[in-house]
Design a protein around this ligand. Structure first.
Ligand code: COA
Length: 193
């Protein structure tokens, strides 16, 4: 699937009413994404990437711009003026039950609901892919992300063999498209009663 398929581009609104587009990262976005990552504060980059990097290593950048939609995708959130105000990434696990994600919001844009908006968008994308859980690993010291996750209905779990991290997990409702299409027959209803 192409990264610029229209159904992968979501027009959303912040709580204050400002329009935001959440769209896939395409190969042509390499410079835009790298500039976004460089502009994050060191502490935010550490929390997002779990290491002291100043920018995405070339191999990692190349991987992100060539992810394979819709099962795995990089996303960027942009204002109407094309400012990149956040990014996220997700990937379905091989058994397709878990959708693993990470996200960040640009400096100067924190506290405006963008993190919550990205999380809700990830949830809807994961549900429509049939995932049962949305799952992220977060540094235990990252109180903002844990508070955001709690507010969005995630529970917390330990990460095996890594005490630095906490796993945030949300059980997902199946999207209508993933539910069985045929109505139950009269005999099935009778058997279930
Ligand atoms: C964590 C992060 C994504 C939050 O994004 P945001 O756009 O500022 O969050 P929102 O405005 O949507 O906030 C939603 C809720 O999250 C919680 N929250 C957000 N920032 C918080 C903070 N600094 N302290 C405590 N709670 C916070 C609050 O409950 C908030 O709801 P409220 O505004 O009603 O109080 C952002 O701080 C960030 O990019 N951090 C660096 C990267 C990172 O940590 N990524 C996570 C790796 S998975």
């Amino acid at each position: 699937m192409r990264c610029d398929e229209p159904h992968l581009i979501h027009g959303l609104s912040l709580p204050g009413g400002e329009g935001v587009t959440v769209r896939p990262v395409c190969p042509r976005d390499a410079d835009v994404l790298q500039a976004y990552v460089r502009a994050l504060l060191p502490d935010a980059r550490y929390k997002r990437f779990f290491g002291p990097l100043r920018e995405l290593p070339p191999a990692e950048l190349d991987r992100v711009i060539h992810l394979d939609p819709p099962d795995q995708l990089g996303l960027i959130a942009q204002t109407r003026a094309d400012d990149v105000i956040g990014e996220a990434r997700y990937a379905l696990s091989p058994d397709r039950l878990d959708c693993e994600f990470a996200l960040s919001v640009a400096e100067g844009w924190h506290g405006k609901g963008i993190g919550g908006l990205l999380l809700a968008d990830l949830e809807s994308r994961a549900s429509s892919l049939g995932a049962r859980r949305l799952v992220g690993d977060v540094l235990r010291t990252n109180e903002a992300m844990q508070a955001l996750a709690r507010k969005a209905g995630f529970r917390m779990a330990d990460v095996p063999r890594d005490a630095r991290l906490v796993r945030i997990v949300k059980d997902l409702a199946l999207a209508p498209a993933t539910l069985p299409r045929d109505p139950p027959t009269a005999s099935a209803l009778a058997n279930a009663a």
